[in-house]
Design a protein around this ligand. Structure first.
Ligand SMILES: *Cc1c(COP(=O)(O)O)cnc(C)c1O
Length: 381
């Protein structure tokens, strides 16, 4: 048995990252300075969008996107249940009503056919989630959204992914990223919304700074102390030294994405021989970013349950995880929005079968094999 545990995800900080952070710490601007715009430009460019607005975390990015889309009390927003609670919470922060729509069982991505059936006159937006790192069916979602609805992408799993050779920042009206350590690149905590619509940018720049009309740098430039607050905003700012880390991390992302795909291919190869283990489907027109590597356990054959499998891995010091318990089954949502079992039957069923295996660029061959062999041991017991 391994002494050192294998996590399901892990960040990667090297000496050049540290050097860049320290360099920024020695300047006059450790927050609200020039590194923020530099990071915004770099991520926008990388993801194919015109603009980026950096914020303090991925949840704040989603909240800013929902704000920019003009979601208010009573507005309905279509969202899948298989996601982190933050996706849906961001709708509720603005008083919106989440409308849970079921997912495709093979990809766990929002099913466009079911989306269409849930559109009403109160629908304002679709908030799609690129689960595990694979973009949703954006051609269909864009068609459904048309000009009336705003299409928002929770791309916290899919930085660097592509759909029909289009970059992930170009597929929706607003796209949110997270830079939490478990994601593709990190700023400690951090997030960003990318968009090609300058009106959204203006709204989000105010939103992340209390709703104030002019930020500190603009007031200096315009030689004024005056500002006004027209809408409620928050302090969702990110610091310059975090952005310095992000800029430094981004340089390594292409290599890391390749490595994530290599690890996925290795897992795929081994699990092809295991009848009970079914990796989620990767669509042919997609470049997967593999934030997560998720398998479904077909319990009918092996007789072992997902929770048994989870415990077996944990006992062997492999820190597998489950992403996610369907959000509509969380007590808060049951109480506030009267959601319940049966509303999204596919998500509810598949959620009992899924397990996320370790996936991070610095994973060694030995670690991958240890995970594979642990899986074999578990299902042959
Ligand atoms: C990580 C994540 C978030 C939230 O990001 P934070 O930076 O942790 O706030 C939102 N949605 C999804 C799908 C995520 O994976």
């Amino acid at each position: 048995m391994r002494k050192k545990s294998i996590p399901y995800g892990k960040h990667n900080i090297d000496s050049s990252d540290i050097k860049n952070v320290v360099k920024t710490l020695r300047t006059d601007w450790i927050t609200q300075g020039p590194k923020i715009a530099e990071f915004e430009k770099a991520i926008a460019h990388f993801s194919g969008a015109k603009y980026g607005v950096a914020v303090s975390n991925g949840t704040a990015a989603l909240h800013a996107a929902v704000f920019a889309a003009g979601i208010g009390p009573g507005d309905e927003v279509i969202v899948p249940p298989i996601t982190f609670v933050a996706t849906v919470n961001s709708i509720v922060y603005q008083g919106g009503k989440p409308i849970f729509v079921d997912v495709d069982p093979e990809t766990l991505l929002l099913n466009p056919k079911l989306v269409e059936q849930k559109i009403t006159s109160r629908t304002k937006a679709i908030l799609a989630v690129d689960y595990a790192g694979q973009p949703c069916d954006y051609d269909q979602l864009q068609k459904i959204a048309g000009r009336r609805l705003t299409l928002i992408s929770d791309a916290c799993h899919s930085l660097g992914a592509r759909y029909k050779n289009k970059k992930v920042g170009t597929l929706a009206d607003l796209t949110a990223f997270s830079f939490h350590p478990v994601k593709h690149i990190t700023t400690g905590e951090g997030g960003m919304v990318v968009t090609s619509n300058p009106n959204f940018v203006q709204r989000m720049i105010k939103f992340r700074n209390h709703g104030l009309s002019l930020d500190n740098q603009e007031r200096v430039k315009k030689k004024t102390w005056r500002y006004s607050m027209q809408e409620l905003g928050y302090n969702y700012r990110i610091t310059d030294f975090q952005c310095a880390l992000g800029i430094s991390q981004l340089k390594k992302l292409p290599t890391w994405l390749k490595r994530r795909n290599e690890i996925a291919r290795t897992y795929d190869g081994h699990f092809k021989k295991l009848q009970d283990i079914q990796p989620l489907k990767t669509l042919p027109h997609v470049r997967h970013a593999y934030h997560l590597y998720v398998i479904r356990l077909k319990t009918d054959r092996s007789g072992i349950s997902r929770d048994d499998l989870f415990s077996f891995f944990r006992k062997k010091n492999v820190l597998v995880n489950v992403h996610y318990l369907p959000v509509h089954l969380q007590p808060f949502y049951r109480t506030r929005f009267k959601t319940k079992e049966g509303m999204c039957p596919i998500a509810e069923q598949v959620a009992t079968e899924i397990l996320s295996l370790p996936m991070y660029p610095s994973m060694t061959k030995r670690e991958i094999l240890y995970v594979v062999n642990t899986m074999k041991d578990a299902i042959q017991k």
